[in-house]
Design a protein around this ligand. Structure first.
Ligand code: FCB
Length: 481
């Protein structure tokens, strides 16, 4: 049976939660982490600075037809040079946590071997600046920017890539382990495997099931190896992994539908969470995919299942699965990505994960929405009430899950900045903060101010645009200079 479902919507949520109309304020626990999330390739730019080598995303972007607007990450949000201002902005917004990733090609440009101190220097400065601003760093070691040189040697389908990742993790831990206490190894192994090696939508653009299966194991193995390295260097650090979940809502009960539902749920959701929890790969789908598991060596599964301190959960939407690909029933609203907005699936997911696995703590490490971001005619602000409602309704689900005893200890809005959305280029706007691509000027949207107000008081405020007559210290004065 599928586990991440919300079949009977009236019965699966204990109370009427998550509606934008809901006005009762909900209080989050003291110490709850209020953060935003980004990733190196999506914001840093400076793609050749200080010894950084080519990543698979640089190479992928240079190939015609891969990125919708033919853009790349060479400049992105120029965060590499503007990180201090970005941190000041986060501080002014009152955020208490920041989830970012390290670019492997900056730290070990050759993929293996020599460590590039200048690459590490950047993250050293970033971490210090965050701590000075009172913002806790949540570090992710891999958010998809594999050094191209490792892809040239076979990429994730090759076991040596996992070994290289372990050594890279150790190098980062040696430099930052004294100041960073929350470490995530890999971001969304499913996307690495499935989009990178199976459907080819992401770098490196390969389309081979055999490669994808091998990659899936090596990415998990890399997590296990990195966890071991980080713990050896920084024993007090908390280590986890970030998985994306797209809960499967079954449509129809024909045997074909049930088969597909199970395979999709197991391949897209449980394939990673089950082994991390010590349950091994889901057998039903292993058989359906015809995987002989020849990559799995003695000791691998134990290493992968070494207890984690927290699970990071990325959630955006659910998936309806029937007997036919793409089958849909009635859907709610959609984001600019065409992703259905269905907040209740997040609450159900959090409860389901806790019941199924009981990881010691959970963070929502990504949640957010691309929206049209129309500018208000009168003052030019972006009154993105649709994004405010999305955040509000999902936070209401988090609050409900906490009330139900699920240990969720923080929430990270995706994303701090409008940025490079992978194969979609710069089209989709996920940021709480607008970035002008020509001038790099940052301008908080109304959702940033709403989220800041929630973070400051620790209560779920009504989903309304903040009062425009109240001066906002983070918005640059258009009449100045
Ligand atoms: C997640 C990725 C993140 C961003 C959001 C929209 O899958 O981790 O980088 O692309 O989706």
């Amino acid at each position: 049976m599928t586990i991440f479902t919300d079949v009977d919507e009236s019965a699966s949520t204990p109370r009427d939660a998550g509606s934008a109309a809901q006005t009762a304020r909900r209080r989050f626990p003291t110490g709850f982490a209020w953060g935003s999330a980004t990733s190196s390739f999506q914001i840093e730019g400076a793609s050749t600075a200080d010894g950084r080598s080519e990543s698979i995303w640089d190479r992928f972007c240079s190939q015609p037809g891969t990125i919708r607007d033919a853009s790349d990450g060479r400049i992105a949000c120029d965060h590499y040079h503007r990180y201090r201002d970005d941190i000041t902005m986060m501080r002014d917004l009152g955020l208490t946590a920041y989830r970012f990733s390290i670019a492997w090609p900056r730290v070990v440009p050759g993929g293996t071997g020599e460590v590039n101190p200048e690459g590490l220097d950047f993250y050293d400065r970033l971490v210090d600046a965050l701590l000075e601003a009172g913002i806790e760093p949540y570090l992710t070691l891999y958010h998809w920017d594999l050094p191209q040189v490792l892809e040239d040697r076979g990429g994730w389908p090759v076991r040596a890539t996992a070994d290289a990742f372990g050594a890279y993790a150790a190098a980062v831990a040696r430099r930052l382990g004294d100041r960073v206490s929350r470490w995530s190894t890999i971001n969304e192994p499913f996307v690495v495997t499935h989009l990178g090696y199976l459907n080819g939508e992401h770098a490196p653009g390969r389309t081979n099931l055999r490669d994808a299966l091998a990659a899936s194991h090596h990415v998990l193995l890399a997590h296990g190896l990195a966890q071991r390295e980080i713990r050896a260097v920084a024993p007090a650090a908390e280590v986890g992994i970030v998985l994306n979940f797209t809960p499967v809502t079954p449509v129809g009960d024909s045997p074909f539908a049930l088969d597909r539902q199970r395979v999709i749920d197991e391949w897209e959701n449980r394939w990673y969470s089950d082994p991390i929890a010590g349950k091994g790969y889901p057998e039903f789908t292993v058989e359906r995919l015809g995987w002989d598991r020849s990559e799995v060596q003695p000791g691998d599964m134990e290493l992968i299942a070494a207890p984690i301190d927290f699970l990071g959960i990325n959630f955006y939407t659910r998936k309806m699965v029937g007997a036919i690909d793409g089958e849909r029933t009635e859907r709610g609203g959609q984001t600019a990505m065409g992703w259905e907005i269905h907040p209740q699936a997040l609450g159900d997911l959090l409860r389901s994960l806790h019941t199924t696995y009981s990881f010691p703590k959970l963070f929502v490490t990504e949640n957010g929405a691309a929206m049209p971001d129309d500018r208000r005619a009168d003052d030019g602000r972006i009154a993105d009430v649709d994004r405010i409602e999305y955040l509000h309704d999902h936070l209401a689900q988090v609050a409900d899950a906490i009330d139900d005893g699920v240990p969720v200890e923080g929430y990270f809005a995706w994303s701090l900045l409008d940025n490079f959305e992978w194969a979609w280029g710069y089209g989709p706007k996920f940021g709480l903060v607008e970035v002008d691509a020509d001038t790099q000027v940052r301008r908080p949207k109304q959702s940033a101010l709403w989220y800041a107000a929630v973070a400051r008081c620790g209560e779920l405020l009504p989903p309304t645009v903040p009062d425009p007559t109240v001066p906002d210290p983070t918005v640059p004065d258009p009449t100045a200079g």
